[in-house]
Design a protein around this ligand. Structure first.
Ligand SMILES: Nc1ncnc2c1ncn2[C@@H]1O[C@H](COP(=O)(O)OP(=O)(O)OP(=O)(O)O)[C@@H](O)[C@H]1O
Length: 594
């Protein structure tokens, strides 16, 4: 029952109100039920005055109710007792409606809160943590685990509702016949105990499902993202085999869950009937109880046993879904622990340029950059080249603050990056990655990312600067044309130019292109280079590239090698570069901005 307590702590007010409504509904029903005893007493044993003639033989509860009516000056007639009974049941229905409505809202709120917690935690994690996470792990947590967690909350509330009902019925039944009620309770707990292993089995099946769904969705997401080469090489059967095996295992876990659920349902009914049959025999033959009392008792005892049975059923459903909550919560907590820490608060300007001074950085034990020094004066167009794995993207990630140097300093003008408000700094950057990722939306939304601060004019200006306005204007709905899933209706070069427009729309001070022209044909690349040359001066451009055209367009170039940088400044020097054949050994270069 750790989960209901956890939810209760998280939503104390809501949970208390819901439980109160459920308790009142139970009390209303319980009180209504007590009317049945004098009602049946009259129906079976004659008029009320006949009851009064021998009060000593009546159960304590019946006598109390009769006295209660007398106290307010009313005679407990069949009509009056029936009216109170119906009123109580109507009140119970109204209270249940209120409680169930609250529970329904709470279930969707639980799922929403968990999803928002996950998104918030994930978006604020350190970059190094984030890049190592399988996407499927989080999409599964967001969709499946959040929903199963909300279901677990629902089952938890239902368990409490059933437990409350059982408690109310027990109190009423104890007032009618103590010994018989206690015997019934004992029988109820024996049934729960006898069937507990089916609950345990269901819990194991639920845990297994959580594990399998996690790995299956991670695998599926990875496979779907790389399906083209797999299909092209006729290797999809390899991924297919792994996915099929895991899906079958999931099916097996589901079958085990279904079996436990159905077995519990199937065994509860005959066990309850057996105990009730035995109880009825004892009441009529051994204890010789009056008929009215027996009828009311049987009614109450069935209610108690049914409530216990339902509570166990709901408990079984809760433990099946519970593991999803713990799995999701552990991801949220893990992501919160991996929060990005930036304490800087100064607003950067970028008027002189960016300097990397004696920076060292590594992943784990392995150093990628050693005592690296580079500078990018304001308004310059710099290219960074170097063999694969030399650390070019790492340099860019250090400049954007996604990574933090182990040693050395990154300066924005005369401000260390650590002192800068990192969000303010990143808002000054336009970033164009190698992989173009377009949203299944209009060109306009793809450029502005839905930011209301930008209008159509801003988007058009950015598209023109990126050399994309020509083809966008010719599209059926112009800037409002939907680009298709991941920009499927556009060529690779067109997609890339829209991504460049996205990076330009907020008028950045620093533009970073990470292999951004690699998908372009020479003509498109030349166009982009022309655009970049025009932008140069207004903003600082930093391009990682293996492309000769971009390199030639740049007015300075760094070659990264063995964790160090070499500045190749003159146009002649740049022309000799035909990466990767001609790369030379680099040496540390610490230099002033110029
Ligand atoms: N998140 C990471 N965890 C561990 N190692 C990493 C990580 N990212 C990069 N590396 C390693 O750091 C080195 C530098 O990587 P980086 O991506 O900066 O190189 P690059 O010069 O941009 O390469 P490429 O031209 O192939 O894109 C590589 O050896 C790479 O394997």
């Amino acid at each position: 029952m750790r989960l209901p307590i956890t939810f209760f702590r998280r939503y104390p007010g809501e949970s208390l109100l819901t439980l109160l409504a459920l308790l009142l509904a139970g009390v209303a029903e319980g009180f209504g039920m007590t009317m049945l005893l004098p009602l049946l007493g009259i129906a079976i044993g004659g008029p009320a005055d006949a009851i009064e003639a021998s009060p000593g033989q009546k159960p304590a509860l019946e006598q109390t109710i009769i006295r209660l009516f007398e106290l307010i000056g009313l005679s407990p007639t069949i009509g009056l007792l029936l009216a109170v009974f119906v009123l109580c049941i109507m009140m119970k229905a109204a209270l249940l409606l209120i409680a169930n409505k609250r529970v329904g809202y709470m279930v969707s709120r639980v799922a929403t809160d968990l999803r928002l917690d996950l998104i918030r935690a994930l978006f604020t994690t350190r970059w190094e943590y984030y890049v190592h996470q399988p996407i499927g792990r989080f999409t599964n947590a967001f969709a499946t685990e959040a929903r199963r967690s909300a279901d677990a909350y629902l089952y938890g509330i239902r368990i409490m509702a059933q437990a409350l009902q059982a408690a109310v019925y027990t109190v009423v039944a104890l007032m009618v016949a103590r010994q018989e009620t206690l015997t019934t309770l004992l029988a109820g707990f024996v049934i729960l105990f006898a069937l507990r292993h089916l609950v345990k089995k269901a819990k194991t099946a639920g845990n297994r499902q959580t594990q399998l769904l996690k790995s299956l969705l991670s695998q599926l997401t990875d496979t779907l993202q790389s399906i083209k080469p797999l299909k092209a090489m006729a290797r999809e059967n390899l991924a297919d085999a792994v996915l099929q095996t895991r899906t079958r295992r999931l099916n097996k876990a589901l079958r085990k869950q279904v079996f436990s659920e159905e077995a519990l349902k199937a065994l509860q009914e005959p066990l309850i009937t057996l105990f009730l049959g035995f109880g009825l025999y004892a009441a009529l033959v051994w204890w010789e109880m009056p008929m009215a009392t027996v009828i009311v008792m049987i009614f109450m005892l069935i209610k108690i046993l049914k409530a216990l049975q339902k509570a166990q059923k709901e408990y079984q459903s809760m433990v099946i879904a519970e593991s999803a909550y713990w799995s999701l919560w552990s991801k949220i907590e893990e992501a919160r622990r991996e929060k990005e820490h930036h304490t800087g608060s100064l607003t950067p300007v970028l008027e002189e340029g960016i300097r990397i001074e004696n920076v060292s950085f590594g992943y784990g034990d392995r150093f990628v950059l050693k005592d690296l020094s580079m500078s990018f004066p304001m308004g310059s167009f710099s290219a960074i080249i170097g063999p694969s794995g030399a650390g070019k993207t790492t340099v860019v990630d250090l400049i954007t603050g996604l990574l933090t140097p182990r040693e050395g300093t990154i300066w924005i003008d005369d401000m260390p990056l650590t002192a800068a408000d990192i969000k303010a700094w990143r808002r000054m950057i336009g970033y164009v990655p190698q992989e173009t990722l377009l949203l299944h939306d209009t060109v306009m939304v793809n450029v502005t990312l839905g930011d209301p601060a930008f209008d159509e004019k801003d988007a058009q200006r950015a598209l023109s600067e990126a050399g994309a306005w020509g083809f966008v204007a010719e599209m059926p709905a112009g800037i409002h044309t939907v680009v298709g899933e991941r920009g499927a209706r556009l060529s690779g070069g067109q997609r890339q130019r829209i991504t460049i427009a996205r990076a330009l729309v907020h008028r950045p001070r620093l533009m970073i292109l990470d292999e951004a022209t690699s998908a372009l044909d020479p003509a498109s690349e030349a166009e982009i280079c022309q655009t970049l040359r025009q932008l140069k001066g207004r903003l600082t451009i930093l391009a990682i590239s293996h492309q000769t055209a971009l390199l030639e367009a740049a007015d300075r170039a760094y070659r990264l090698h063995m964790g160090m940088a070499e500045l190749l400044a003159t146009p002649d020097e740049k022309k000799t570069l035909r990466y990767p054949q001609n790369h030379r050994q680099g040496g540390p270069a610490s230099e002033k901005m110029r």
